[in-house]
Design a protein around this ligand. Structure first.
Ligand code: NOJ
Length: 762
């Protein structure tokens, strides 16, 4: 149905909008055409209507944050009719979307269609692994596909805008939201940011199966102090430019259509009000032409930060700084018109924001057909589609990381083994969906138990051993962890005694990570550690399968348990993926993208740290950079991950010793599958710039390749290092390359010792 055929109350409205939409500028290229259309429409708008476009309301249900003031359904409805709403979030389902869109299109004066946004983070109904898990696949194609599937499902229910990808770099496992990002590395994070944006947005934003993406949270939310949610951030300029900003820049370069700002402050300025970040960097230096959406009520929260004294000042600060749309904060809608009318905020600021928002509406094709995402039969046939389940299974397998496999306990034999499966998480069908699954249906994950039951030629006994949670859990609720009831221990211990191999599924509940789920202890929650130790006394042949949304401190397990598999929260297909890996139908290929600490006291811990003035114990005394009660090294390093086969590296070459700054350094290495299984290896390349005007990290990932090798096969892997990879940002935010000595490392983890050197000269 075309917008022009919809029966509208006002004939003038039809004429004006059809004219703007279709005929007037038919000769122009599409960008210029959109600009012209936007300008024409803007000319028709009252100030109230313009400010209305900057207003984003949550739907009439599903609140994902505290509402600063009562935003009643009646009020929202009234505002929709007046054209005072630019977009809605969390209205979903074809019927609801159509109903709300109809109000905007048919009842408001200009009939400007709404954008419908939602947190489509790792799927809509069919859920892929949590994003941190997906990043461990290092498989950009599979990650893009996962976002594509999410977009196909979400767009079929009327949505056209997702609040993803989260591209925050994070080094602190206490922060619950590490599950939503791509880990600690800016290079990998940038590649994944691009892949996710491409997956959501596809090649054609106006297609009805793509979503506009949002790079969030701009910026430095991953660096909140002490990992405590919504806390302040205090980072240096060098970290900001070299670590925090690159994935956002990558997303902007990939044409992400919106950016969400973050809840934190930097240098005493809450970023919602940061002109430096939003106008100078994002819209200035980077030339971003999409729009900036605030996070939930973050404009209003400027008051709580003690930065704005009231809503009026909050509206002034945020709009001037470049926050274009107010998410459920009621600040712009109440204050901006007055601020413009009394000359405090220039109307050009409002115009700029509105143009950015209208531009997306044109790009999405909403003016041609505001109901283009609303098709009930597509909705029905798309959700939980079997192709989506297949894609979810594919990336779930690829996300699993084999941390340890002593005595080759894995893969399990396919017959004749007596297996005891232990742990409440093993039979969970809800927890593996993670905490960001607002649209998905409860209990729709395949549990590990169900996955393993498909391998029928072994005997499988299941005992939960101990409940992880007690009481009902729900999205906005916190889970209550069982700290007392050990009544099921004995049954689990008996089952273990009788087994050849014990598979224990332990870790965090899905609701223990995610937004507002910071933890001060990052070991196995509740009574699980005690259960593990008791079962270990009965049978040492344990395969520990971890389910978690953040790196855990599992030093005891690493010391005692022969085999450890990191299986995160893998979404709808969890059990199938885990079972296929345990039984060797898929040879694990994942590598960690966040460092695992030995204990919480080491956090923040990350591979690309700085040397310090006292990096080693040179003089055999206490005065060097270390802990007196723990190793300073990680338990499992960034990039670490094993396979059932083994890989050997050889013939490592660089095409010279000295290079000009403008040259390209070529590196090659032969990788051989020297074990007994076909497998995949993530070949990683790191550099170290030995001396810099700004100190450089001890290692920086600058290349990787996921390579598939049959048993006995060798492949030569080549990397190219040009100045875009050898340089860095100085403290003025300029990208520079400095002459000097470099080291290059290649291997299967950030701890690789295979190294060579070269020199860059001017
Ligand atoms: C708050 C979160 O920080 C953000 O990531 C999310 O998109 C919004 N709520 C909307 O749900």
């Amino acid at each position: 149905m075309s917008f022009c055929t919809i029966p509208l109350k006002s004939t003038i409205k039809i004429l004006i909008l059809c004219f703007i939409s279709n005929s007037l500028y038919s000769q122009m290229n599409s960008n210029d055409l959109i600009d012209k259309k936007v300008d024409s429409l803007l000319n028709l708008m009252t100030l109230e209507e313009k400010v209305g476009q900057m207003n984003l309301y949550n739907g009439f249900w599903d609140v994902t944050g505290p509402v600063p003031q009562e935003g009643s359904a009646e009020q929202k409805y009234e505002h929709l009719k007046k054209g005072w709403v630019g977009a809605m979030l969390s209205v979903r389902g074809v019927e609801q979307v159509r109903e709300v869109q109809k109000v905007a299109v048919e009842e408001s004066r200009l009939g400007i269609p709404l954008i419908f946004g939602f947190d489509v983070i790792h799927g809509y109904k069919t859920l892929s692994p949590i994003p941190l898990a997906e990043s461990c696949s290092w498989d950009l194609e599979a990650i893009e596909k996962s976002a594509r599937v999410a977009a196909i499902e979400a767009s079929s229910v009327g949505l056209n805008w997702t609040f993803a990808p989260m591209v925050d770099i994070s080094r602190d496992a206490r922060w619950g939201r590490v599950m939503e990002g791509a880990g600690e590395d800016p290079f990998l994070g940038s590649q994944i940011a691009k892949a996710r944006v491409k997956g959501f947005q596809g090649d054609d934003l106006s297609a009805n199966n793509t979503l506009a993406a949002t790079a969030k949270h701009f910026a430095a939310y991953g660096f909140i102090e002490a990992g405590r949610e919504y806390n302040s951030v205090d980072i240096g300029t060098s970290t900001l430019y070299n670590t925090v900003l690159p994935p956002f820049k990558a997303a902007v370069d990939a044409n992400v259509r919106s950016v969400m700002n973050s809840f934190n402050e930097i240098n005493g300025i809450p970023v919602t009000a940061s002109k430096f970040l939003q106008r100078d960097i994002l819209k200035g230096k980077w030339n971003f032409n999409g729009f900036v959406v605030s996070d939930w009520a973050s404009i209003w929260e400027l008051i709580n930060w003690g930065h704005a004294k009231d809503k009026r000042e909050a509206a002034k600060l945020a709009s001037t700084a470049g926050s274009d749309m107010d998410m459920e904060g009621y600040v712009y809608i109440e204050e901006l018109v007055k601020l413009v009318n009394d000359g405090t905020v220039k109307e050009s600021i409002v115009d700029d924001a509105v143009k950015r928002i209208l531009r997306l509406k044109y790009e999405l094709g909403l003016f041609d057909n505001p109901y283009k995402y609303c098709n009930e039969s597509r909705e029905k046939s798309t959700l939980y589609h079997k192709d989506h389940q297949e894609a979810a299974l594919d990336i779930a397998k690829k996300s699993i990381v084999l941390l340890k496999n002593e005595n080759n306990l894995l893969p399990l034999k396919k017959e004749g083994q007596k297996i005891a499966l232990i742990g409440a998480l093993a039979s969970e069908k809800n927890s593996p969906l993670g905490s960001w699954r607002i649209a998905s249906d409860d209990n729709t994950a395949i549990s590990v138990l169900e996955g393993m039951q498909q391998y029928k030629d072994n005997s499988l006994v299941y005992e939960k051993g101990v409940d992880l949670t007690i009481g009902k859990t729900h999205f906005v609720e916190e889970v209550v962890i069982n700290e007392t009831d050990k009544s099921n221990f004995p049954k689990a211990i008996e089952a273990a005694k009788d087994a050849d191999v014990v598979v224990m599924v332990l870790g965090e509940h899905g609701f223990q990570s995610g937004e507002a789920r910071s933890r001060t202890q990052i070991d196995l929650p509740g009574l699980q550690q005690e259960l593990l130790e008791e079962v270990y006394k009965a049978n040492k042949n344990i395969v520990l399968v971890l389910n978690n949304g953040r790196p855990l401190a599992i030093e005891w397990a690493d010391k005692h348990i022969p085999t450890i598999v990191e299986a995160w929260q893998l979404g709808s297909q969890t059990g199938n993926a885990v079972a296929q890996v345990l039984y060797g139908d898929y040879n694990p290929s994942g590598k960690l993208t966040m460092t695992f600490p030995r204990n919480v006291g080491q956090v923040p811990i990350y591979y690309n740290y700085k040397s310090t003035g006292r990096p080693i114990n040179r003089e055999g005394n206490v005065f060097w950079s270390h802990y007196i009660d723990s190793e300073r090294t990680p338990l499992y390093a960034f990039g670490h991950g094993l396979s059932y086969t083994s890989f050997e590296y050889g013939n490592f070459k660089i095409n010279g010793k000295t290079f000009n700054i403008n040259d390209t350094v070529e590196v090659s290495v032969d990788v051989t599958n020297s074990g007994n299984y076909n497998g995949k290896e993530v070949v990683q390349l790191y550099i170290r710039d030995l001396f810099g005007s700004i100190t450089r990290p001890v290692r920086e990932l600058k290349g990787f390749e996921l390579v598939e090798l049959k048993k006995g096969e060798t492949k030569t892997i080549q990397f190219k290092l040009d100045k875009s990879l050898l340089g860095f940002y100085n403290n003025e935010g300029e990208f520079i390359v400095e002459a000097g000595d470099f080291k290059v490392f290649v291997g299967g983890s950030s701890m690789t010792t295979l190294e060579k050197s070269f020199e860059l000269i001017e």
